[in-house]
Each structure stands twice: as C-alpha cells, then as structure tokens.
Design a protein around this ligand. Structure first.
Ligand code: SIN
Ligand code: CO
Length: 381
C-alpha cells in the first residue's frame, strides 16, 4: 500500500476509526495523480461491447426524467453539449494494468471484500445525482475538480420513476471540492452527490457487500451440488386414504425426517465462500495464450523474469477450505502452501524464486489457462 494514502493515518487506524464508520477526506493522498486513462481511452472502453458502462444524464430540475444508457456506448453520444452528462466504466482494473495495480493498493482491506475499480468521466456539471450505495467506496480524483456533498441522512426515499436510484431529498452536511490526487472515503449508506466542476475523472474503488439473502442463495446452490443424502421415500405401511388427493400427514412427517438429514459444517461454509468469492463475473472471460510455453520454456522464463496473476484472476484461501482460483478449489502440497499464500497476497512471483516441481506444474497449468502470465519486462503502476 502507498504509505501516505491516508495522510499520516495508518491502515490500522483507518480501519479502527473510519472503515464502515465515518467518512474521510484526504488531500493529496496520491500526489501527482492525474488518472490512469485518457479521455480517449475511457471512451474507447465505454464503446467496447465487452466492457460494462453507463451513460448518465442526470437532470437536476427534473430528476425523474434523467436517463441511463447501458453500454456499449455509441461514440457520437459521447460528445453531447446540450446538457451535462457522465460516462461510467466498470472494471477498469480488468483492462488497464495500472488500474489493477491501483486497486491492489487497497488490499489492506481483504481481497475477499475488494470488488473493482470504476472510472467516471464527466463534462462540466455532470454526475449521477444524489444517492447512496450499499457498499464502502474510495473516490479518487483524476483530472479536473469535482464537488462532493455528503450526508448521513436517514431519509432514503428515492425519486419515483427515475431510472437511477436518486434520493428525493438531499441535504449535505459536508461539502468538499476534490482536486487531482485527493481521496474521499465513504462508508455504506452515506448519501453523496458529486458534480464535475469542468471536465473531470473520478476513480472509485468499490467493495463486495453481499446481502444475507444473496449469500443464502449461493450457499444453498453449493449445498445442492455437494449433498449426498441416503435413502428414498418408502411407505410399506401405507393405509388407504379417504381422499386420494390429500398429501397425508404421514408423508409430510417422513419427508421432514429425510430433510432433517441436511447438515453442513464450518468447512462447507469455507468451501462455499472460496468458490463464491473467486467466481468470475458473468462478463469475464480469460484469454489463454495462442502459443503457450512448453513447461521447460515456462520455467526458464518464470525464473528469469517472474510472473503475475492475470488481472481477472481471483485467488483466495482459508485454513478450513484451502485454495480456490476463479471459482474452483485445487489441492496444494503442504510444503507449497506458504509460497502460494504469498502469491495470492502479492499477486506475483519474483524472478529467481524457488518453486517446487508440483507448484511449477500448477503455475504452468494457470499459464495455459490465461490465469497467470510471465512478466513481460514492462513497468507496472
Ligand atoms: C461518479 O464517479 O460520478 C460516481 C461515483 C459514486 O457516486 O459512487
Ligand atoms: Co455512489
């Protein structure tokens, strides 16, 4: 993590005093930062069918008439001069190596909670209107200036009929103008309203915050695949029913006893979480190399130049359920666990690093799947 990200506050202090508790505005968190992509690059991504984007016209005086268009955007629509607009590009970290590096500057918060880096480009007066999010967010100013008004209001009534979640009444308690390199942290549910003062870009680090209901759906799906209940419905003592259409109490009792056999352990929960948290989003596809290196050439290149996980790769582990990569569990020899845990944390292998033959086999398979790349020698963020 960059040492002065919070201007003298340590990550431990940040977690204790601010994370999920109160906002923090840090001037010059990243001195000299003017963004990671040019306007042209942002527009190009917004027009790419593989990239998730939204073009928003928020209308201050008639919020219910605001519009949102999901990507791919048309280049001609990114020129509007009649009214303010903003375009938001999700998952910048998947497309720009420096954005992946920036996202991972925030992994003093566990990677299991990190979601993605979004960028917004706005013309003067552009923004998405006053709203709140259900997750924490770090807002980092790229080029230009943006005025942020924020409020801890309890009234979360939304504008009816609007295509965006807009707060009907918003009254700010803090008002800041962020300049390039300034950072604003907001806990979940804090109302916020950002307005571009001239052309500007804002980078937001977003976090996963699944609801209990989403986790339950996910877990029940996992459980359905892993259940192994024995026995089958049987009724040797069946008695003639007066009404053959009745589902009898005896039948309900027997099924209740069978379903009582559904059990799960803490290890099952850890295994579910490993898969759930590393599952690539539906829009994510890996690009295996056209000409993968043979094992010997791979080892040689990895030893000489090191390697790094693909920006799309999600690799997590737990004591209870071991390692998961991109939705799948995999077995690791006990002596390789530490090396692999370090790779998962740092997301890279150093040149010259000692690796066991078993680990090389694993990394080679990941190379062929496009999950890991041998470093190409170009500088990162
Ligand atoms: C923006 O960058 O305009 C929107 C970010 C947010 O409100 O979360
Ligand atoms: Co927001």
């Amino acid at each position: 993590m960059l040492s002065n990200l919070f201007g003298g506050i340590t990550p431990a202090q940040f977690l204790a005093e601010y994370w999920q508790k109160k906002p923090l505005c840090v001037r010059q968190a990243l001195p000299g930062f003017t963004g990671l992509a040019t306007r042209e690059e942002i527009f190009e991504l917004a027009c790419d069918p593989d990239v998730e984007s939204r073009l928003v016209h928020y209308r201050t005086n008639a919020p219910e008439t605001s519009t949102v268009e999901h990507g791919p955007q048309k280049r001609s629509q990114l020129r509007g001069k009649r009214e303010p607009w903003t375009v938001l590009v999700q998952g910048l970290n998947l497309w720009i190596p420096a954005a992946d590096a920036l996202l991972h500057q925030f992994d003093f918060i566990p990677q299991a909670r990190l979601d993605d880096l979004m960028v917004s480009y706005a013309v003067d007066g552009g923004g998405v209107g006053p709203h709140f999010d259900n997750y924490d967010v770090f807002l980092l100013q790229g080029i230009g200036k943006r005025r942020w008004q924020i409020a801890d209001q309890q009234d979360h009534t939304l504008v009816e009929g609007a295509p965006l979640r807009l707060l009907r009444d918003f009254s700010a308690v803090h008002d800041w103008v962020l300049e390039p390199g300034d950072l604003l942290y907001l806990p979940p549910h804090w109302a916020h309203y950002g307005i571009a003062l001239g052309e500007c870009t804002t980078y937001s680090v977003g976090f996963k915050s699944p609801t209990a209901q989403e986790l339950a759906y996910g877990f029940l799906d996992w459980l359905a695949e892993h259940l192994d209940l024995q026995g089958m419905y049987a009724d040797p003592d069946l008695k003639r029913q007066d009404n053959s259409a009745e589902v009898s109490p005896a039948m309900i009792d027997q099924v209740a006893r069978m379903l009582d056999g559904i059990r799960w352990t803490r290890t099952d929960i850890a295994a579910f979480l490993g898969g759930y948290l590393t599952e690539p989003k539906p829009s994510v596809f890996f690009d295996p190399p056209d000409e993968p290196l043979e094992r010997a050439a791979f080892v040689h290149a990895l030893k000489a130049r090191g390697g790094k996980l693909d920006a799309r790769t999600l690799l997590l582990w737990s004591e209870e359920a071991g390692f998961h990569i991109n939705g799948e569990p995999f077995a690791v020899a006990a002596e390789d666990r530490e090396t692999l845990a370090a790779l998962a944390h740092r997301r890279r292998i150093d040149a010259g690093q000692k690796l066991s033959p078993g680990l090389i086999d694993l990394l080679h398979a990941w190379h062929k799947d496009g999950f890991l790349h041998v470093t190409d020698g170009k500088a990162g963020f």
